[in-house]
Design a binder for this molecule. Sequence first.
Ligand SMILES: [Zn+2]
Length: 386
Amino acid sequence: MWHIMQKFSRKLGSMTDFPQIKVALQNVIYNSLTPVEFEEGWAEVVETFKLKEAKESYKWLVGLYNQREMWIPAYVKHIFWAGMQTTQRVESINSFFDGYLKKNTRLYQFAPRYCKAMESRANDEKAADVNCCRFTRSLVGEFAVERKFQKLYTDAKFVEVQIQCMRVCYVTPITSKVVSDVEVEHTVSDKVWVWSKFLRKEISLAGRKRIYVVLFNKETSFAKCDCKHFECHGIMCRHIIKVLDVEDVENVPVGYIVDRWRKDIQRKHTLVKVAYHDPEKTEEVKRYDRIMNAVEPAALRGSLSEQKLDLVIEGIMNIVLRLDESDALSAFGDNEAGALTSGGNRMAIVGTTTPGSVNKPPNSVGDDTTTLTPLLWLKILFRAVV
Ligand SMILES: [Zn+2]
């Protein structure tokens, strides 16, 4: 999209009303909420500025219009962009490599510099994680949503939640009507917020307001807004926050909690050694590597047949059960090592039904020929790990 907008002056610059045409097209492209709104706005700009008369330029615009489902925000708002703005994607990647890659960077220099940039990003992430654990940002209001995400989200994402909470004061409920046994349709009025390239932040357009429709489900307490902010960015919009407040919803539905923004979930990629990030300095990562090395041969052989797959899955599920048991005992202050080596516990686990043992009768103590097979496998596995 950024590349297309850059071409506007080259393709349309010869037209007499170019500055006004550019503003009108940008307004339709960035501020249309739905495909219908975009198509009507586009047709209006074409009509107002008589764009059809500029044959070559109009031909280029028709080409863009025909591919509108690929790049116009109103068509891609339902797609999750992991927090990236449509206008920021390219800029973000550019600034990411600033200082590491230049247009005259040679091919042999590319790989080490790329690794350096990625290492720097990994270290920044680590520092941000540490900060999230040490500091908690204060609340700006009394919304249940804000309290919930203060506890759950990383600081950067909590700031985005707070921005939506602060803008709730501009949201005014207009109507509410019951549309089915469980659904209520709310309409709310709100300011129009647009991204300012110069201020590098969202600003409200003076005197401009628009109506948003929020469909609230009374059974699940989940609401959907036609601004599609949650679907696109993973952050609840101010309209949904307002409707949940109006409907007296105190507990934020779990559907709004996006795991990738949570500070209490360790990102698994931090355990994987890659060229640009050498986490081998930590004992945790060393252990993780040893486990992966030990598991790989079993995974390869297990994939050869359904029978072998069952065996591997059963073995892994037994390990998980033993780890759960170990965690539970640790929580009560018992000796973990003692629990893991206890014969009685081991037999209890072997007799447990696991996903891998579907279609197989539960193991009995007397007939342990087959029950010992996964156990032997486990022993081999652990020997390899240790
Ligand atoms: Zn909304």
